[in-house]
Structure formats: structure tokens, C-alpha cells
Design a protein around this ligand. Structure first.
Ligand code: HPA
Length: 236
């Protein structure tokens, strides 16, 4: 049944969905990495496609920016469309000194300054965590590729333009990188009893004032996509 945000029919979407933030990235991934992609959603321009990768069915859909947006799309994929696994593929700002431009970050856990967890009325602080089977498959794929990667805690922030100088505080706690979606995705997956992972490529270093060129972003993107697709294959 189509929802208010997605006009796919049940069965149009694969059990595993890759989610870039940008819907045009979803189109690019579908056209360049999947065979026989079919577009299943155009509502609000949040393009979604299903195709095959090495014989398995895989979907790719934009999430939009920020936790409210990925919160809506991933909730519907898990709870209305029977999706089992969502792998977010995105960019991040480096926080840890060890994270360099173009490095791959595998988000084992996602700290956050968002209040998304308040809806669960927990008597404490929740730790949004990726699914181990996706983490271990992604780590193996990254090792096989031989590219630089880090696996650990990331920060999902509600703000891109933040008025406080809080990144150095998060760095003291060992946070690897900052992005804006993973914590809500991990909480939706946990609540639905499903699996999620966020794989990132470092596009900039806000603490050091560095950013990647368009060409560097493409290389990082290719590594991340190959890791994400091999992860989808391993868990299928
Ligand atoms: N902040 C938040 N999200 C991001 C950043 C950043 O510096 N870089 C890429 N995604």
C-alpha cells in the first residue's frame, strides 16, 4: 500500500535498501551499480529504485537530510514495506584526528544531540547501535578492498551550522565523524527488530578546515559503494 511519502506497492522494494541522502545519488547508484533498475517512487522527488546486484535484488532510495527525514522514510520501509536491512551510504565530517579525507567510516554506534529517543520513554540514555551482522560484513569487505577505514562511534547531529564549538568535546570522547542521520535510522531498526548500518566517506574536516575535491569525493564514493554492495550480498 502506498504511503503519504512513497507510492511503491508492497513487493516493489527489496529486503535490502541502500540509502544515500540525496535522491539524485540514488538515481546515479541505480543506473551505475544495479542491473535493470526500475523506479518505484517519485513522491517529493525522493527517488527509489529496485534492481539487482550480482543476482540479488537490491533497492536504493534517498533519505533526505537529517533525522526527521530519514526517520520517516526508514520507518515506512521497515514497517510498511517489509524491508529487513537498510544501509545508509553518505558523507561525513572528520572529528577524530585519525580520520582523514576520503577515509571510510563504519558507524558501529551513533551518539546524537537529537531528542529522537524521547518517543520511546526509556528510563535512561539509549545507545543507537548498528547491527553486528552488517558491521562485520562491511568490515570484511573494507579489509578485502584494502582501503583505509575506521569502525566506531559517529555523531548524528541535528545541526550542520552549529552555533557552539561542540565538535572538540565529541572528539575527546573518541567520536570518529559527524553526519546527520544514523542515530534515527539505528533506533527505527531496533524498534522494528530489523537491521541497519551507516557507511560514510569523509568529505571534509571541519576542525581542520579541509574539504575534498570533486574527484576525491568520487573515489571515496566508489569505495563506499563497493563495500555497501558487498555487505548487501554477504547478508542476502
Ligand atoms: N556536519 C554534518 N554533516 C556532514 C558534515 C558535517 O561537517 N560533513 C558531511 N556531512
Amino acid at each position: 500500500m502506498p504511503t503519504a511519502h512513497n507510492n511503491a506497492e508492497k513487493g516493489d522494494i527489496a529486503k535490502t535498501v541502500l540509502m544515500p541522502g540525496d535522491p539524485l545519488r540514488a538515481k546515479y547508484i541505480a543506473e551505475n551499480y544495479l542491473e535493470d533498475p526500475v523506479c518505484y517512487n517519485q513522491v517529493r522527488g525522493m527517488l527509489g529504485y529496485t534492481g539487482t546486484y550480482k543476482g540479488i535484488s537490491v533497492s536504493v532510495q534517498g533519505s533526505g537530510m537529517g533525522m526527521p527525514s530519514i526517520g520517516i522514510y526508514s520507518w515506512e520501509l521497515f514497517n510498511e514495506y517489509g524491508v529487513e536491512n537498510i544501509i545508509r551510504v553518505g558523507t561525513a565530517g572528520a572529528v577524530a584526528d585519525s580520520a582523514e579525507l576520503r577515509d571510510i567510516i563504519i558507524g558501529v554506534s551513533a551518539s546524537t544531540n537529537s531528542n529522537y529517543a524521547a518517543q520511546y520513554r526509556l528510563p535512561g540514555t539509549y545507545a543507537p547501535t548498528a547491527s553486528w551482522k552488517l558491521v562485520s560484513a562491511a568490515v570484511n569487505a573494507a579489509k578485502d578492498k584494502g582501503c583505509r577505514f575506521h569502525a566506531g562511534n559517529i555523531l548524528s547531529s541535528d545541526t550542520f551550522y552549529d552555533d557552539a564549538d561542540s565538535l572538540s568535546q565529541w572528539r575527546k570522547m573518541g567520536v570518529l565523524a559527524i553526519e546527520m542521520e544514523a542515530a534515527a535510522l539505528y533506533m527505527n531498526a531496533a524498534r522494528a527488530g530489523k537491521n541497519a548500518l551507516c557507511i560514510l566517506t569523509v568529505s571534509d574536516c571541519p576542525l581542520r578546515g579541509l574539504s575534498t575535491t570533486a574527484e576525491e569525493r568520487q573515489t571515496g564514493f566508489r569505495n563506499m559503494m563497493e563495500i555497501a554492495l558487498e555487505t548487501a550480498l554477504t547478508i542476502s
